[in-house]
Every structure is written in structure tokens, then in C-alpha cells.
Design a protein around this ligand. Structure first.
Ligand code: MG
Length: 162
């Protein structure tokens, strides 16, 4: 079997008057994430991990934040496209594991819906995507609630010849 591993990282800043979207799930909160697209840091970290594992570069190469096409874009669309590009090179996503570093709000109720949304978008699963959440106990920019960060790991598997 041929496998490839990839990692992804992203961070976005909290601001007023923006929706708070992670993994395609809208989370009720007084603040949202700032970004050119919908600022879905979970989708961005997973997308970069897929591109990394498939040796396809990074998100900036395909979805530049200077391109008006991606202004306010749904990051699930970008994630789906990254999955498609990997597939075109013969890779399927075996599994995804991601950690959201966020002090507030509590994300526990939304972790399974986020996992399911990513599985549906990548047309894999069930039980192939896991999303976790951690605080930093008040330390750093996440702890000060200035923003959040996400780390992701993806394993790609060579598609079986049929
Ligand atoms: Mg981003």
C-alpha cells in the first residue's frame, strides 16, 4: 500500500459582526473570524493538509486572497476542490485528525457535526474525520481570545485499482 501524510495549520482573528464558521458549521457566538473567504480555519487547515500530502503545494496557490472570486467564499467548496485534486492524482483521504485551539466559546457540541460535514464534503466516512478542541488555559493569542488556530493531519491512500 502507498500512503502519504500531510499537515495543515491555520489561524484567524476574532472580530465583531462576522459569522463564526468552523468545518462548515455556523456556531452561535458574539464574534466571528476575519478573512477574505468565510475564514473557516478548520476547512483551511484540512485543505492544506490534503494538498501537502498529495504534493500539490498549498491553498494560496489555488485560492489566492487577492482573487475576488474567493471573497466571502464557502470554504467547503475549496475543501471539496482540494479533495478532487488529490483524487485526480490517484489519492483518497484515509483519515483526518484536527485540533482547534480556542479559548471561547465551548466547541464540544459542534465537533461531531463538523466531522460529519467534512466527511460529506470529501465523500468519505463515516468515522474517517475526527475534530478535537483545546484551550491554552489562557496563554497566547488563543487564550486572550484574539483568535483561534487549527492544526490538522491527513493520511492519503493510493486508490485501489479495480
Ligand atoms: Mg485561512
Amino acid at each position: 500500500m502507498d500512503y502519504r501524510i500531510g499537515t495543515g495549520f491555520d489561524a484567524h482573528k476574532f472580530v465583531e459582526a462576522r459569522p463564526f464558521i468552523l468545518g462548515g458549521v455556523t456556531i452561535p457566538y458574539e464574534k466571528g473570524l476575519l478573512g477574505h473567504s468565510d475564514a473557516d480555519a478548520l476547512c483551511h487547515a484540512v485543505s492544506d493538509a490534503i494538498l501537502g500530502a498529495a504534493a500539490l503545494g498549498d491553498m494560496g496557490k489555488y485560492f489566492p486572497d487577492t482573487d475576488p472570486k474567493w471573497k466571502g467564499a464557502d470554504s467547503l467548496v475549496m475543501l471539496k476542490e482540494c479533495g478532487r485534486m488529490a483524487r485526480a492524482k490517484g489519492w483518497v483521504v484515509s483519515n483526518v485528525d484536527a485540533t482547534i485551539v480556542c479559548q471561547k466559546p465551548k466547541l464540544a457540541p459542534y465537533l461531531v457535526p463538523m466531522s460529519q460535514m467534512i466527511e460529506q464534503t470529501l465523500e468519505i466516512g463515516p468515522d474517517r474525520v475526527n475534530v478535537k478542541a483545546k484551550t491554552t488555559e489562557g496563554m497566547g493569542f488563543e487564550g486572550r481570545e484574539e483568535g483561534l488556530s487549527v492544526q490538522a493531519a491527513v493520511l492519503l491512500q493510493k486508490e485501489q485499482e479495480s
